[in-house]
Design a protein around this ligand. Structure first.
Ligand SMILES: [Cu+2]
Length: 156
């Protein structure tokens, strides 16, 4: 009997977390569609993390990602990775243009949402909100789903 209830509980958890993932997987905001907002689990003691999302502009006019913020970190910024003399460097990307009928993908080794001064570690399976502010589409609270430490963000 106990086993049966354990099974039921496990099935319920599986179904409800699937529901969360489904809503986190795609979010609409005006002409923008935000796909697959995700992050990686952080190793113990790490004070920085990164979050990624694919931003699609289905509209006829350009938009701009102006800023990002998250309660989980002391400071949150959009960063760009660049190669300089065979060294990977990263720094603030500033305002990011989202071209009409275009896609901007934040992903490892490219643009990313940098979370600096993490207040708690990012744990696989957790979700946390990051607020994105766009010039035209406005603000959206993205639910970021934390994947494995070595997740590269392939669609499941
Ligand atoms: Cu960075």
């Amino acid at each position: 009997m106990k086993t049966f209830f354990t099974f039921l509980f496990a099935a319920f958890v599986a179904i409800s977390s699937f529901g969360n993932l489904a809503t986190a997987h795609e979010q609409k905001l005006g002409a923008l569609v935000l796909h697959h907002a995700w992050s990686r689990a952080t190793p113990a003691g790490a004070k920085t993390g990164a979050a990624y999302v694919k931003i699609e502009n289905t509209g006829d006019t350009a938009d701009q990602l102006l800023s990002v913020s998250a309660d989980i970190a002391a400071m949150t910024e959009v960063h760009q990775m660049t190669m300089e003399n065979d060294m990977m460097k990263m720094g603030p990307a500033g305002v990011v243009d989202i071209p009409p009928h275009g896609v901007v993908e934040l992903k490892p080794h490219g643009l990313h949402i940098m979370l600096m001064g993490l207040k708690k570690p990012l744990t696989e399976g957790d979700t946390f909100p990051v607020t994105l502010t766009f010039a035209k589409a406005g603000k959206v609270d993205l639910q970021i789903v934390v994947g494995k430490v070595d997740d590269m963000g392939e669609e499941h």
